[in-house]
Ligand binder design. Sequence first.
Ligand SMILES: [Zn+2]
Length: 182
Amino acid sequence: MGARDKLRSFFETNVGKVVKTQKLRKVAGVSEYARRIRELRDEEGMQIRSHIDRHDLKPGEYILESLQRVPTLGRGISPQLRNEILERNGFTCQLCGAGPGDRDPFNPNRKLRLHIDHIVPISQGGSNDKDNLRVLCSVCNQGRANIQPLSESALNILLRIRRLPRAAQKEIYKKLKQTFER
Ligand SMILES: [Zn+2]
């Protein structure tokens, strides 16, 4: 049984319980257990959460929330292709410009994750072609930015500006520059 299989069955027997890195490392028998967990989550749709997702978890703690699998956006996209798209897009969300360690503007305790998004969804005939793939952060990926209004903190205003077309960004930049250089 491979490390990934061992981790999968360990999580499934401990569904709903907080499990710690130390234990997972023992179960998997490899030091790259973190990568295997990522695969279970991103490729198999297992609902494994860490301190990045839930602020009641400490670093090094994981929980499988449910045995139910969620549809994975990255399905059919090889790790190589995923890396290629991430690199091509500069590890940056193509809608708002957020990067991997950035805070979730709706929940400062969470960090944003980057996803590979199909521009034309598979369900509408889109393919895994490179031209149909782009990087989105978890907020843009879930369309949350369009549903919940952001509070007016400087960080959120900046995030909103990053969502604007380049021409509008330039105009704001020019106006601000004029103001501060006077
Ligand atoms: Zn985004």
